[in-house]
Design a protein around this ligand. Structure first.
Ligand SMILES: [Zn+2]
Length: 507
């Protein structure tokens, strides 16, 4: 059994400020990272920014800044947002860092010497905004198939990386590794795409056209194409060619989480680059869907972008995290609306979870002066659910099914709310049935403990507050997954801290 867990997000292109899509990927990755830490793994969680290329060069120019000044201005906005969203990454890599540049050049040199990179004259059509070459066979007119802008005809010498040479290897690899591409629909999509020959990847740009890139080590007249540069971050961050101990420890990555729009780069270019280098591909590439708003994908040009900063200011980071992970299954597309967010906050957070805490604490205060009573065994209504909760969480997480995990946790929350209603605690109190009342309250405190641990990966800030209010001595970060299956860990006599509801209803 592997004790490490290496997970990554894509590197975000810093041509604009972070939006909901970036925050969605990082929230999902953070939840997975926290869950794996709970499971006792040594987690290496990598995120960062992609800072080279034509688009950045151009935006910088428009703002009257050098590319370096521009990226130094935007990158901190990502760092700040991750702070506000409680993203617990271990490493933040920028492609303009020395450690990364060195690795990219090292990789290029190896592939060049191996004969997998060659120089060729290229005639094609170029879309400057997309930085994409198109060949005649891919076009019906001189219009970019992606952005519909006019293309320029180009004839120039460039370096190419052999993709087609490795196509049959890649097909076999995907067929033999069921978990390599998830979800399954994406795997089928890629296998279908691989039925046709691959065009070798143009990996250079002449300096006469673009200077903002990593110099090609064997020809000073060229810089590296931004996509080739960016992919290499997954191995440069863990020390490939520089710190072999670290690299051996963490590679292969356990999961690269990506948006479905960059699946080909991650499941075709990337495994082929690695294989050509003699390195094992990552274990899993998981592609998630897009958030739509009204009609179509959110984009700057459509002006329908949700600003995560604003949502967090209005509703809090935990509610935003909860909504994104609960609303749709990870992998499918979703529709973002403020009313859907408010509904989730009111029904799931304020009503179900908030009430459970608030009522439990209120009763403990009223009947036992806020002190946890003697240990008593779990009531029969909980036994079956408590027995299957840990397994349900683990199985859902294996498929990055955050929604299913939350549904499983909420099943316990709802069961407990019903238990409170069915138990008529006020009648027990009236009849002075103290033993029964104590057993009832101890059950509730134990369920709260278990729920708090379970929601910690999803809503770290709220979980911390709940944990503290329960008077738990152990740090929540030090709690292990096995404590979910144990009963009786809340210490009798502990005084709880009463508080205001954490999730007030939104009118
Ligand atoms: Zn285009």
């Amino acid at each position: 059994m592997d004790d490490k867990f290496y997970l990554t997000t894509p590197l975000y292109y810093v041509n604009a400020a972070p939006h909901i899509g970036h925050s969605y990927t990082n929230i999902a990755a953070d939840c997975l990272a926290r869950f794996m830490r709970l499971k006792g793994k040594e987690v290496y969680f990598l995120t960062g920014t992609d800072e080279h290329g034509q688009k950045i060069f151009r935006v910088a120019q428009e703002e009257g800044l050098s590319p370096r000044e521009f990226v130094d201005k935007i990158a901190p906005r990502f760092v700040n947002l991750w702070g506000r969203l409680s993203i617990s990454y271990n490493d933040f890599i920028r492609t303009t860092e020395e450690r990364h540049k060195k690795t990219v050049q090292y990789v290029l040199q190896i592939l060049y010497e191996k004969g997998d990179i060659y120089l060729a004259e290229y005639q094609g059509w170029y879309c400057t905004p997309c930085e994409t070459f198109w060949t005649a066979t891919q076009l019906t007119s001189a219009i970019c198939p992606d952005c519909k802008r006019p293309l320029e005809e180009l004839r120039e010498k460039n370096y190419f990386f052999r993709l087609e040479k490795y196509r049959s290897w890649l097909i076999r690899f995907i067929e033999n590794h069921v978990d390599f591409i998830k979800p399954l629909t994406r795997r089928n999509e890629i296998l279908k795409f691989l039925e046709s020959p691959l065009t070798d990847l143009c990996i250079s740009r002449p300096k006469t056209r673009l200077e903002w890139g990593i110099p090609i080590p064997f020809n000073a007249d060229y810089v590296t194409y931004v996509w080739f540069d960016a992919l290499v971050n997954y191995i440069s961050a863990v020390g490939f060619g520089q710190d072999e101990g670290k690299f051996k420890k963490f590679w292969p990555a356990d999961v690269h989480i990506v948006g479905k729009d960059i699946l080909r780069q991650h499941t075709i270019y990337w495994p082929i680059i690695l294989h050509a280098l003699g390195i094992e591909p990552p274990k899993t590439v998981f592609a998630h869907g897009w958030w739509m708003m009204g009609e179509g994908k959110m984009s700057k040009s459509r002006g329908n972008i949700v600003d995560p900063e604003e949502v967090v200011s209005n509703y809090g980071a935990d509610a935003y995290r909860y909504f994104l992970l609960r609303e749709i299954p990870f992998g499918l597309d979703g529709n973002f609306s403020e009313s859907a967010l408010i509904n989730r906050i009111n029904s799931d957070l304020a009503n179900d979870l908030g009430n459970l805490y608030f009522r439990t604490f209120g009763m403990l205060e009223k009947y036992f002066s806020g002190k946890i009573p003697e240990v008593s065994s779990p009531h029969k209504v909980f036994k079956e659910k408590l027995a299957r909760l840990p397994q349900e969480l683990v199985e859902a997480m294996e498929n990055l099914n955050f929604q299913e995990m939350l549904i499983s946790i909420w099943e316990l929350v709802k069961l407990t709310n019903k238990f409170i209603e069915d138990s008529h605690p006020w009648e027990l109190a009236k009849a002075k049935k103290n033993t029964e009342l104590a057993s009832f309250m101890y059950n509730l405190m134990e369920i709260l403990r278990i729920v708090t641990i379970s929601i910690f990966p999803f809503m770290p800030n709220s979980a911390q507050k709940f944990w503290q209010q329960q008077g738990q001595e152990k740090k929540l970060e030090e709690v292990t997954f096995s404590e979910l299956s144990q009963w009786g860990l809340s210490s009798p006599g502990t005084k709880i801290e009463k508080s205001e509801p954490l999730f007030p209803r939104i009118a």
